[in-house]
Design a protein around this ligand. Structure first.
Ligand SMILES: [Zn+2]
Length: 312
């Protein structure tokens, strides 16, 4: 956000609301926790107004199967969401951000009146840009500690909270491919033809990155570049889902061990619960799943059979 602000220029709170939604979009996804049992659960982040933002975003996440890109394409409903979040954000945190104890100290911007734009004080935009990395690091650390405090029963000492809250980099996954190719006998996970012609193949997030951007070892499969691209951010059809459950049950420990050696965290229970959540969302919307090439079909009711059994 700091990169778009200019000192002395007005900043539209709607723009801030837009960013707010983007940041919270991923945090409104349910967290896969062993303590939560077979289903996923939303992390408790606060009460009151922040919870209202999360509820509004969660409603949109469900409607668009978790896809932020799809949600933004529906211009009118996106505008409604931004308006709703805008009216919440004006009251909290914007009007409270400059209140220190009992005192109001307008050190960042002229305080926000009803319908007013925010005028940044001289030097504020420069400082945000200059110290962006430091400020972002402090804020993320503080926010993660805050969320952990609210959710000690769910989180325990889970190390991937920061990744869940703020997203992982789309890391270089080249070290993952040589591990997976052994488990797939040199074949593409989706079309079952040899992959060697395509170098080492492409590492695919079985539950697409756009829906749940966390790297978990059992979620990776190896595919041809073309299969990977055509699957895009669809969920894979039921037969692929069943093959994925089988592979992970058969090679649970080996995948965990081998990928652990190249720095990838694994949690098979969490991967299964994330898959269940994603497929349930798509089934609820009568969404399409990808079979091969350009072929897609609506998710059939049998999707849950094997997965539900695996979670129990
Ligand atoms: Zn293929």
């Amino acid at each position: 956000m700091a990169t778009t602000m200019t000192s002395g220029s007005p900043v539209r709170p709607r723009l801030i609301a837009d960013h707010f939604i983007r940041y919270y979009w991923r945090q409104a996804a349910p967290f896969a926790s062993v303590a939560a049992g077979p289903s996923l659960t939303l992390l408790r982040q606060n009460t009151g107004r922040t919870a209202a933002v999360l509820a509004a975003i969660d409603e949109h996440r469900r409607r668009f199967e978790g896809s932020l890109a799809q949600a933004r394409k529906e211009t009118s409903s996106w505008r409604q969401l931004v308006s709703r979040v805008d009216s919440i954000v004006r009251q909290m945190p914007l009007s409270k951000l400059q209140t220190l104890g009992p005192d109001r100290l307008e050190f960042l911007y002229e305080n926000l009146g009803q319908g007013a734009e925010i005028i940044l004080k001289a030097g504020v935009a420069y400082c945000f840009r200059r110290h962006y990395a430091l400020v972002a690091d402090l804020v993320k650390g503080a926010w993660a500690r805050y969320v952990r405090r609210f959710n000690t029963d769910l989180l325990g000492d889970r190390a991937d909270l920061n990744e869940f809250l703020f997203g992982a980099e789309r890391a270089d996954l080249s070290a993952v491919a040589p591990v997976l190719i052994e488990f797939q006998h040199g074949e593409c996970f989706y079309c079952h033809t040899p992959i060697r012609d395509d170098g080492l193949g492409h590492v695919d997030h079985f539950i697409p990155w756009s829906r749940y951007p966390v790297h978990l070892g059992h979620n990776f499969v190896l595919a041809h570049r073309t299969c990977n691209e055509r699957k895009s951010d669809f969920l894979a059809a039921t037969e692929h889902l069943e093959a994925w459950v089988d592979r992970n049950q058969s090679h649970k420990v080996q995948i965990e061990t081998c990928l652990g050696q190249v720095g990838v965290i694994s949690d098979l229970g969490a991967s299964f619960r994330i898959a269940h959540w994603a497929y349930a969302l798509t089934f609820g919307c009568n969404g399409l799943t990808w079979i091969r090439g350009q072929e897609c079909r609506h998710l059939d009711p049998g999707w849950e059979r094997k997965l539900a059994h695996a979670i129990c």
